[in-house]
Design a binder for this molecule. Structure first.
Ligand code: AMP
Ligand code: ZN
Length: 483
């Protein structure tokens, strides 16, 4: 299958060629864990989960490594720790905040049908050199200083942007422009306005680690340079995140990683999702126009009712990932109606389901075109149309695709329907069970051909005992789950 992806760095959509098809490697910037994640934060998680599923489909489940970090060192975390646990020592309070928030985040994105990434490293485990020798932030910063790409000033270590001739390629920002714009605001200790912090000092009431530059803590960007190299190597395939991360975060990750490793690329494809908006404005904590994933799932704060995970996920995927989404009650209602509609159609055809999770070819092909989820959903509507006309192949393909895409929830079937699908449907997940049925049907066909009716009936009874009913016609023998 030809996968094409749009690359923010080269500004074109081109064929995806992995460095190593036996280990396709993707890094996505994860949450800063100080508070509940809002539904805008869920957008990159869902978008890159679909890409993860597609890569696994194309290259095989065990041939894709997906790293999504957890940022557990940040001034917002300190503030929250001081506010929520004033009696505790700071380190303990911080640990409480980050653990609680990370657990909530996992529960939230789990409800949104997202698979766990292969690895979910925490930034604080990568500050100091590690016993396992995996890349760490302090060593990376040392290398940058040794190679003339960073300098110490005023107790900080700063990246020297002028030392990298092609700094600014991802965002298209020129160093000279930044210099001019920031003339007055330039901190006196910086050589250049665009120079950014790799390491800063910590006061006694801030978290800190002992380093060659005193007790301090890392800047934000260096975290991702360290954790991506630790698990994916110096150059890897795909780096993702929201549009707002292009500058400065990803620009600076590229500068650090390429200058530390002496490489031409940090990642070969840079993917960015558009914003989730409310009335034309980016949803964000600072604007106060946000609704958390948890609010949507557990309360009636948005639209006066709770929404289930598959509905939220489908509502998100109805828009192509690079376009802005307006998050509205109407959009959620439409997604909910679609899922209910599909569930009704599938319920009518349920008897012959083989419980599989795989995209229909048309669905996979749509997604292979730069993750065209609206097109994939349109293809699923076509399958639903076929299923409505009792085409079992379409029903099966719709079921499998919805399940694979993470928007099928068996609870959408009513409980009588589920019990009428019965045990056989559950067993049918197993390919061995299907092979067994096929073998029995073949044996029965052979018996009939030699007019051995006794043997033929015996096999029919055996199949019936397994919960399988067979039907003979001119075209041959077919089977379904016995009602
Ligand atoms: P943050 O916690 O702000 O660092 O964001 C975590 C991830 O969510 C990043 O990939 C952001 O780009 C993304 N993000 C934050 N707000 C939005 C939004 N309104 N729409 C889409 N993505 C967002
Ligand atoms: Zn990052």
């Amino acid at each position: 299958m030809d996968l094409k992806l749009y690359d923010t760095l080269t500004k074109d959509k081109r064929a995806f060629v992995p460095l190593d098809p036996r280990n396709v490697r993707m890094y996505v910037c994860g949450p800063t864990v100080y508070d509940f994640a809002h539904i805008g934060n869920a957008r990159p998680v869902i978008v890159f989960d679909v890409l993860f599923r597609l890569l696994r489909h194309i290259y095989g489940d065990s041939h894709v490594t997906y790293v999504r970090n957890i940022t557990d060192v940040d001034d917002k975390i300190n503030d929250r720790a001081l506010r929520d646990y004033p009696g505790l020592p700071l380190n303990e309070a911080i640990r409480k905040v980050t653990e609680k928030t990370a657990t909530q985040f996992r529960a939230d994105v789990d409800a949104l049908g997202c698979l766990q990434p292969t690895v979910e490293p925490r930034a604080t485990d990568f500050v100091l050199p590690r016993p396992d020798g995996k890349t760490d932030m302090v060593s990376l910063i040392k290398t940058l200083i040794d190679r003339g790409h960073a300098y110490e000033a005023n107790g900080e270590v700063l990246f020297d942007t002028a030392s990298m001739p092609d700094y600014g390629q991802l965002s298209g920002r020129k160093l000279e422009e930044q210099q001019a714009g920031a003339r007055i605001a330039v901190d006196a200790h910086k050589k250049h306005a665009a120079d950014f912090v790799l390491w800063k000092q910590s006061s006694a009431d801030e978290p800190g680690w002992d380093s060659p530059w005193g007790r301090g803590r890392p800047g934000w960007h260096i975290e991702c340079s360290a954790m991506s190299a630790a698990y994916l190597g110096e150059t890897f395939d795909i780096h993702g995140g929201g549009l707002d991360l292009i500058f400065p975060h990803h620009e600076n990750e590229i500068a650090q990683s390429r200058c530390a490793h002496g490489t031409h690329a940090m990642a070969n494809y840079w993917l960015h999702n558009g914003f989730l908006q409310v009335e034309g404005e980016k949803m964000s904590k600072s604007l106060g126009n946000f609704v958390t994933i948890n609010d949507l799932l557990e309360t009636d704060k948005f639209g006066g009712k709770r929404w289930d995970g598959p509905t939220l996920r489908l509502a998100m995927l109805r828009t192509h990932y690079r376009q802005p989404i307006d998050w509205t009650v109407k959009g959620l209602e439409e997604a909910e109606r679609t899922l209910r509609n599909w569930a009704n159609i599938l319920e009518r055809n349920q008897t012959s389901f083989v419980d599989e999770s795989a995209p229909a070819n048309s669905v996979a092909a749509a997604l292979a075109d730069d993750l065209n989820t609206p097109m994939a959903i349109a293809e699923m509507h076509k399958l639903a149309e076929g299923a409505r006309k009792d085409d079992l192949g379409s029903a099966q393909a719709l079921h499998n695709s919805a399940k694979w895409l993470g928007i099928f929830d068996s609870s959408i079937f009513s409980s009588e329907a589920l019990s009428s699908i019965g045990q056989a449907a559950v067993k049918l997940t197993s390919p061995e069970f299907q092979r067994e049925i096929s073998a029995k049907i073949e044996a029965r066909t052979a018996a009939r051909a030699r007019k051995d009716w006794k043997e033929s009936d015996r096999i029919r009874d055996e199949l019936a005992a397994m919960g399988v009913a067979i039907k003979d016609s001119k075209e041959g023998t077919t089977w379904e789950i016995a009602r």
